[in-house]
Design a protein around this ligand. Sequence first.
Ligand code: SF4
Ligand code: SF4
Length: 271
Amino acid sequence: MRCALRTTSASRLRGFVTDFSLKKQIVKWAKEKADAVRFAGVDRFAGAPANHHPSLICEKAQTVIVLGRAIPRGAFRSPEYCLYVSQRSYHTQYSRLDELALDLANIIESEGYIAVPVPSYAPVVYCAEEPWGILSLKHAAVLAGMGSLARNQLFYHLQYGSRLRLSAVVTNAKLPEDPILEDKCPETCNACLAACPTGAFDSGSFDKAACLRYTIRHAIYPLALCDEKGRKNIETIFNTAGYNAWIKCYECQKVCPRNDSKTAQDLPIRR
Ligand code: SF4
Ligand code: SF4
């Protein structure tokens, strides 16, 4: 249910003045609902790829708010059912994150701004035969100071490792941003690269297509994508019938020491 966070003055210079009070209220609101929330000004997105800039998502965008929710550590460690429980944990958190982003956008709008939710999993836009989010949530999370990109190209949080799922809200409210973190993988670790069954890192950069071909499974794909007509409509298929896909591989995350709560504390990470 939508609720106003506070009573507002009609004379406030919305979008021009940094709204410290609204950020405080959002952080308080998110405390019981999300495992992480961070803020980035749109100036930090100058290097975003064409067509994936926050200003194309929200009119006069000023701030990107990133929300994170974790899946349990035990899911990756499940001796027999990692794929099963991780997959359901991911998709359950995706749904919750979508709701959170939607609720937060409505709350911000009740304060007189405009806001657009960026869902966690779909919609995707196909670029050169690869699915891209309308906004790269992992890059947004890095720019908002929530964590860093690791050697395996996944987003890592200091406490939750790669177990955070993400959504976001883009708004024309100018909110104070959080400092960017500079944590990174240990120089000598390449456990994720060695564990990858597809050799997705063998060329020295990440072969996203190789990873996706191996990991993403959905009952509809063999039927819908069996001819040229289907493949031309892959974006529609993914964004509608292809939702809730099975994720077949977590090897690079299972072997990662940054997903181990004990060893994570020993890593050379600046907190
Ligand atoms: S998810 Fe699997 S295939 Fe993809 S990069 Fe990680 S280990 Fe390789
Ligand atoms: S296994 Fe983890 S810590 Fe090691 S390089 Fe890969 S992402 Fe970094």
